[in-house]
Design a protein around this ligand. Structure first.
Ligand SMILES: Cc1cc2nc3c(=O)[nH]c(=O)nc-3n(C[C@H](O)[C@H](O)[C@H](O)COP(=O)(O)O)c2cc1C
Length: 195
């Protein structure tokens, strides 16, 4: 069985069932000091073993990716009662794909991406929210949203999965089904885990 196909069909079902997690995932990272952090991200395309995310390189998460200090993606669809924990290598998306995707971002998000270039890194501390809103107002005056292009620090990444831990809570007796899928030589192999 291919666990990625399972994720895709669960995701489609989660969308039909209006699951609020249908289009998101949770990305855990460790930094060079071993400090863990986790955040919600929109999960874009899932193609073959590739899970696409859009982030900003000014965020500390980019450093964690480039340092290779550890990452794992988690998907939980309450509507279908399955959790997926996904790991694998990280690859940056081609600039052309990032640019064309960026044009479809909501206007507010586009201005925020400019804020990261001009005011400060994503997740950095500022003295007040007014500094942020003043900057946004100034950008809105200076730049027409329709003609904005993706700034250089916008990035897309693909997590190329080679390990997926699936926890299925659909057994009535609470003896959950848990399997570890590993990808090697073009095929997925599954082993049963104690849940
Ligand atoms: C529903 C939802 C979707 C989000 N999608 C993204 C996203 O696609 N990309 C992103 O960089 N941050 C996204 N965020 C914000 C992140 O969770 C996080 O706050 C931000 O990226 C800063 O994280 P950092 O500490 O890694 O810099 C989303 C948050 C929520 C609640």
């Amino acid at each position: 069985m291919n666990p990625v196909q399972n994720i895709q069909s669960d995701r489609n079902q989660a969308r039909r069932l209006k699951d609020s997690n249908a289009d998101v995932c949770f990305l855990a990272l460790a930094d060079a000091n071993g400090k863990a952090s986790v955040r919600t991200l929109v999960l874009r395309d899932i193609n073959d073993n590739r899970f696409t995310l859009f982030i900003n390189k000014t965020s500390p998460k980019w450093q964690a990716f480039t340092d290779g200090t550890g990452h794992e993606l988690l998907i939980w669809y309450a509507s279908v009662q399955r959790q997926y924990r996904i790991s694998g290598s990280i690859q940056e998306l081609e600039a052309g794909i990032v640019k064309s995707n960026w044009l479809r971002r909501p206007t507010g998000s586009k201005y925020l991406d400019y804020v990261y270039e001009e005011l400060g890194n994503q997740s950095s501390i500022i003295d007040s929210r007014d500094i942020l809103t003043d900057k946004i107002n100034q950008l809105k005056k200076d730049l027409d949203a329709q003609s904005m292009q993706s700034p250089p620090m916008v990035a897309g990444i693909e997590l190329i999965a080679d390990r997926i831990d699936v926890l299925d809570l659909n057994n009535q007796d609470r003896i959950h089904d848990r399997r570890l899928y590993t990808y090697d030589g073009g095929t997925w192999t599954s082993r049963v885990l104690i849940p």
